[in-house]
Design a protein around this ligand. Structure first.
Ligand code: ES4
Ligand code: ZN
Length: 319
């Protein structure tokens, strides 16, 4: 599926393919608990968010140097470009790296090296969004924002990810306020496995401009009406929803109903190495399983550019 599109929900650590994991492990003298890429790929079968996250964080051990992060990002950008992605807003999880002794600067400079060459090499413009791990403390998130300060020229916004239930958005109110004061854009995962109330809270308490996933908004008609009225973009990830059992099968994904309700939906890949496909694969999968027509696919692609942080943000719009 080569329709030109923007990818707005992509965790760079979730693009680590088994082959690259083994290559980096060998280079860094790390022994993985899997015999080969085939065995590792079999471990990429899980049935909920937590079992996925355990593997995802564990495998990050192979990422140690700037070169590692550069290679990871460059490999993603090449694959994305081949599937029609022209603009990518890329999440990374600084705490997952600093907690194991990899400095913030190593991560952001390594990713930055690949991103700096992306337009020229791959024809893909990029933005970087740092995510706070919501199952860690608000203090840790604030310390992470502090660590980001020397690198803000590379960072467009903040996000919130990891285990959702029990970690409502309001926990991070002060961090998001501080991020906003630094001129950073704001997004948050909400309504993936958590309730519709978390989507409301992300809007009201954190002041986010986009909701990552937001799937469970459909349980709350008043919320849907508000999201439509305010044109709040939702970054949906259909293949992720199937693999993490947010929906039983793709044919039952609420995407067509959400589009019909007037929601500003986008289709993204989340953690493509783990969930069975990149951006174009997600477009193709919803086309086949949900019978979306060309015009609906074009609407999704148009939405992705409308929802992208390609403008100067709310402050510029207010001028
Ligand atoms: C994630 Cl699918 C998903 N949900 C929450 N946090 C994440 N981090 C990486 N992928
Ligand atoms: Zn995600």
């Amino acid at each position: 599926m080569h329709l030109p599109k923007a990818e707005l929900h992509l965790h760079i650590e979730g693009t680590l393919e088994p082959e690259l994991a083994f290559e980096l492990a060998a280079r860094n003298g790390i022994t993985l608990a899997y015999a080969d890429t085939e065995q590792l790929r079999k471990a990429y079968l899980f049935d909920d968010l937590q079992s996925f996250l355990d593997l995802y964080y564990g495998l990050m051990a192979v990422l140690r140097t700037e070169e590692d992060f550069e290679e990871l990002a460059d490999a993603y950008l090449a694959r994305a470009a081949a599937q029609g992605v022209r603009h990518a807003e890329i999440f990374f999880d600084p705490q997952a790296h600093t907690a194991r002794g990899v400095p913030f600067a190593t991560v952001v400079e390594g990713l930055g090296r690949a991103l700096d060459r992306s337009e020229e090499r791959h024809g893909v413009s990029t933005r970087l969004i740092m995510c706070f791990l919501r199952d860690q403390s608000a203090e840790s998130a604030m310390a992470t924002l502090e660590a980001a300060k020397p690198h803000l020229h590379r960072i467009t916004g903040v996000g919130l990810d990891s285990a959702e239930v029990g970690h409502p958005p309001a926990k991070f109110a002060a961090v998001y306020e501080a991020a906003g004061a630094l001129g950073l854009r704001k997004v948050a995962h909400a309504g993936e496995e958590g309730p519709a109330a978390y989507v409301r809270e992300a809007l009201d308490v954190l002041g986010v401009e986009r909701i990552d996933h937001g799937l469970r908004c459909v349980e709350d008609p008043d919320l849907v009406e508000r999201l439509v009225r305010e044109r709040v973009p939702l970054t949906l990830c259909p293949l992720s929803n199937v693999r993490l059992r947010a929906v039983d099968v793709l044919a039952e994904h609420p995407l067509p109903r959400m589009m019909a309700a007037g929601l500003l939906c986008t289709v993204n890949s989340d953690d493509p190495a783990y969930f069975g496909g990149y951006a174009g694969d997600n477009f193709l999968a919803v086309q086949e399983a949900l019978g979306l027509h060309q015009e609906q696919l074009r609407e999704l692609a148009r939405n992705s550019f409308e929802a992208a942080f390609l403008d100067g943000g709310p402050e510029e719009e207010a001028l």
